[in-house]
Each structure stands twice: as C-alpha cells, then as structure tokens.
Design a protein around this ligand. Structure first.
Ligand code: B16
Ligand code: MG
Length: 216
C-alpha cells in the first residue's frame, strides 16, 4: 500500500523545539521582547522568517513594520547562530524515544524514507543524531515555493524518492504539517493529540507508539 514514509524532524524524530525556542528567547530578550513559555507551541513547524514575524508582532504592532527586510534577515541569522551552536552538542541520546527503531523498521519493510522538515539545519542535525545513513533523501525547504501548510515540501520529498503521493505516508506533529500532507494527497499520521491534529488519518501520542507494521 505504501512505497515511502516521509518524516517531519522536530517533534517526530528529535525534540528540537525547546532548542529553537531557547535561541528565539535569547534573541527576543536582546530586543526587549518577553516570550512566555506557552509561545513555544506557536513556533512549532513555522519556518524561520515566519517565526521571527510572530515574535516581532508579539513585541508590539510596530515591531515588524519599522524593520527592513535586511534587518530581519540579520536578526534571523543571529538566532540561527545560537541554534546551530546548540545543535552541535546533540548526540544520538537526543533522539526521541522510538525514533531510531521506527526508521529501521521502515527500511526493513523495504520502504523509502525521506525527510520533510522546514528546518534548513536538518542535514547537520541528522549527522549529530547518527540517523543520516537511514534516510534516503532530504527535501530542501529552500528549494520549494511555499512553506508548510502548503503541500510543496512533502511533494518534493516524495519526488526525491520516486514515490507517487497516494503511496506515501507522512508523519507530523504540527497542525500545519498535517495540512501539508493531506493537501499533498497523502495519508497522514499525527504524533500528538487527536483533538488538535484533527485532519490526520491516524494519531498516536508519541513516536514510540508508531509501528509501520500497522500500516502494511
Ligand atoms: P530552521 P520541522 C521546524 O522543524 C521547527 O518546528 C520550527 O520551529 C523551525 O522554525 C523550523 O523548523 C525552521 O528551522 O531555522 O532550522 O530552518 O518541525 O519542520 O522539522
Ligand atoms: Mg515538527
């Protein structure tokens, strides 16, 4: 029934949301903007410039409009420096429980594996986590027109492994990501809360509860 499984990264294979958030919080504080812990949820699955816009808007209505595109690029680059320094410390112990087993089971079942992450830092992070050899292709978010919730990144991931959308299973923890998968014409597995991930075809609470055998 399936030829490929397309994985999101943050929230599915690794728990990098809190690392992203710590980096954004540091930048925000430098700008005099306070981010309460609940803000972390708002940034999940949102790409880099989209996240910056949400944070600037949180600081006040003038935060975004008074800055030029170049100033915003510099701010996003500063946050990325904090983030890349932190992920350089990641090790295979930082994989989410079950992540490595899931990848190995999908491979053993003879299916292709592609990554569909909004993160431009995915390649070095996969190396740090020791799972790069288990992944056949990484869709480059810079190479697609529209970020999640558009279907582009998942369609690109499918294309890279030569699979048609109808025969792809997409796995995501964010609402935006589930919308991408469904609008790409794929079957969606949500990782998290079924009352939040309402468009997913199936939902499991954590990666640990996902078994490819249930879908074959
Ligand atoms: P970067 P995912 C997303 O990863 C994160 O959830 C989101 O918080 C982050 O802003 C985005 O990647 C872009 O990351 O700044 O490294 O390019 O869930 O799509 O794997
Ligand atoms: Mg995610």
């Amino acid at each position: 029934r399936f030829d490929a499984v397309l994985f999101d990264l943050d929230g599915v294979l690794a728990d990098t949301a809190h690392i992203h958030f710590a980096a954004w919080r540091r930048l925000a504080e430098e700008l005099g903007i306070h981010l309460e812990p609940a803000f972390e949820e708002k940034l999940k699955g949102v790409d880099r410039m989209g996240s910056l816009e949400l944070i600037l808007a949180h600081g006040g209505p003038e935060g975004s409009v008074t800055r030029t595109a170049e100033e915003k690029r510099v701010l996003a680059e500063r946050k990325n420096g904090y983030y890349t320094a932190a992920i350089a410390e990641q090790t295979p112990d930082d994989l989410l429980p079950g992540a490595r087993r899931v990848l190995e089971e999908v491979r053993a079942a003879g299916l292709k594996i592609a990554l569909a992450s909004a993160s431009r830092n995915a390649p070095p992070l996969l190396q740090q986590l020791g799972i790069a050899p288990l992944i056949d292709a990484i869709a480059d978010p810079a190479a697609v027109k529209a970020p999640k919730p558009a279907p582009d990144l998942f369609l690109e991931a499918a294309r890279l492994v030569g699979a048609v959308p109808e025969r792809c299973l997409g796995i995501e923890d964010s609402v935006a990501g589930i919308i991408s998968i469904k609008d790409a014409g794929m079957v969606a597995v949500g990782i998290g809360d079924p009352t939040v991930l309402t468009r997913a075809d199936y939902v499991v609470p954590t990666t640990e509860q996902f078994h490819i055998g249930d879908f074959l």
